[in-house]
Design a protein around this ligand. Structure first.
Ligand code: SF4
Length: 365
C-alpha cells in the first residue's frame, strides 16, 4: 500500500524538504539523479550538466502545468550521483532508464527523435519496415540509424517492389506454395493487390515457395549491407527497354523507382561510413580534473577509463582498444536492438559537437 502523503499540505511539506536537501547538498557539476516513490519505485531519471541548477528548477516549476512540478510532487525521495562529464551523464542516464524503465520518463526522448531504423522482422516471411526504435519487441535485425523516416519509407517501398517482398501487417497469415496443407486446399486470395500487379511474390496466397521468398530477402539484405546492387540491374534494363519502345510513362515510373533505390543505396553507404567513422578513443576533460577516455567503436561506447597518467595506464587503454577494434571481425551494418539507443545517443552527441570528432572522423561523417 502506498505511503504517499494524501493532503496538499503533506505534499507541500515533502517537496519543501526535498528542496532543502538540494540547497544544502547538491553541487554544480555534471550528474544523474533519480526520483523515487515512497515504495522505492524509480519514478524518474534525469541528467544535468549543472546538477544543482537543474534540481532547483523542479521547485520553481509551475503546478500542474509543468512536468517538473508534476514529477516532484510524486517523488518521496531524491538521490543523485556525480559524473565527470556531460557525456558521461547522458550515457549513465540512458543506462538507468533502460534498467528501471521509469514511468515518468518519456521513452528515448530529445535528440534521438529524428532517427529511424530499418527492421527485418523475425516472422516466417520476413518483412522490412521502418521503426523509430526497437520498442518492446527487440527481435529481428536492425539497420541504421537513418535521418529522414519518410524518405527511408519511400526507398524501402521501392526495394520491396523491386524484389517482390511483402509490406503487409506482421500478423498477415502466410501460405507458401510448398506448404503441405496448401496442396489440399482451394487457392487462396491474396491479402492485397500487390501480388496481382506484380510487386509482391504473394507469400500470403501460395504465390511463391518459402525458399524463393527467402532468396529475395537475402538479396535485399545484401543490397542494404552494400554487398550487391542486384535490384538495380533489372530495373535499369527495364527502363531502357521501355524508353526504346517509346513507353515514356512506364520509363518515367521506372526511373523514379530506380532513383529511390539509388537513394536508399547511397543512404546506406553514408550510414556505413558515418558509423564506422564513429570509432576512436574519445578524450574528454572532466569536472575538477577527472579527465576520461571513452573507447567509441562503431558509434557505441565499448570502454571507459580515467585519462592515463603513466605509460602503464596508457598501455592498458591501448590493449583494450586493440581488443575492441579486432581487424578480423566482420561487420554487416546491422545493429543489435539493445545497442540502438546508445548508437542514437552517440550519433546525436557528435552531430551536436562535430568539433569534437577527430579529423578523420569529422571529414567522414
Ligand atoms: S500480396 Fe499478400 S504478402 Fe504481399 S503484401 Fe499483399 S498481403 Fe502481403
Amino acid at each position: 500500500m502506498s505511503r504517499r502523503p494524501r493532503t496538499d499540505a503533506a505534499i507541500e511539506a515533502r517537496v519543501e524538504a526535498l528542496a532543502a536537501q538540494v540547497r544544502a547538498e547538491a553541487v554544480e557539476r555534471p550528474g544523474v539523479y533519480r526520483m523515487h516513490t515512497a515504495d522505492g519505485e524509480v519514478l524518474y531519471v534525469g541528467k544535468a550538466k549543472k546538477l544543482r541548477t537543474r534540481l532547483l528548477s523542479y521547485f520553481r516549476a509551475e503546478w500542474p502545468k509543468e512536468k517538473g512540478a508534476r514529477i516532484i510532487r510524486e517523488a518521496a525521495t531524491l538521490t543523485w550521483e556525480y559524473v565527470p562529464t556531460e557525456f558521461a551523464a547522458l550515457l549513465h542516464e540512458l543506462r538507468l532508464i533502460k534498467r528501471f524503465r521509469p514511468r515518468m520518463n518519456v521513452a528515448m526522448k530529445r535528440d534521438a527523435r529524428h532517427f529511424a531504423f530499418v527492421r527485418l522482422s523475425h516472422t516466417n516471411a520476413p518483412r522490412f519496415h521502418v521503426v523509430r526504435s526497437p520498442g518492446a519487441d527487440e527481435r529481428g535485425v536492425f539497420y541504421g540509424p537513418f535521418i529522414g523516416a519518410l524518405r527511408l519509407e519511400e526507398a524501402l517501398r521501392a526495394l520491396n517492389d523491386a524484389l517482390g517482398l511483402r509490406d503487409c501487417r506482421l500478423d498477415q497469415r502466410m501460405h507458401f506454395a510448398d506448404q503441405p496443407e496448401l496442396l489440399t486446399l482451394a487457392p487462396r486470395t491474396p491479402g492485397c493487390i500487390r501480388h496481382e500487379i506484380g510487386t509482391c511474390l504473394g507469400p500470403c496466397a501460395g504465390g511463391t515457395t518459402e525458399s524463393r521468398y527467402h532468396t529475395r530477402v537475402v538479396l535485399a539484405r545484401d543490397f542494404l549491407e552494400g554487398r550487391s546492387e542486384h535490384p538495380l540491374t533489372p530495373l535499369r534494363a527495364e527502363m531502357e527497354e521501355a524508353s526504346a519502345a517509346l513507353a515514356y510513362e512506364r520509363a518515367a515510373a521506372l526511373r523514379d523507382r530506380l532513383q529511390r533505390l539509388e537513394g536508399l543505396r547511397d543512404q546506406f553507404r553514408r550510414l556505413r561510413f558515418a558509423v564506422e567513422a564513429l570509432s576512436f578513443p574519445y578524450h574528454l576533460s572532466g569536472h575538477g580534473g577527472e579527465d576520461r577516455v571513452y573507447l567509441i567503436h562503431r558509434g557505441r561506447v565499448r570502454g571507459e577509463f580515467a585519462a592515463p597518467r603513466s605509460a602503464t595506464e596508457q598501455s592498458a587503454i591501448d590493449a583494450a582498444w586493440a581488443r575492441i577494434t579486432d581487424p578480423t571481425a566482420v561487420h554487416d551494418g546491422t545493429v543489435p536492438a539493445h545497442e540502438i539507443d546508445e548508437l542514437q545517443l552517440v550519433s546525436a552527441w557528435f552531430a551536436k559537437h562535430p568539433q569534437q570528432l577527430p579529423e578523420i572522423a569529422s571529414t567522414a561523417a
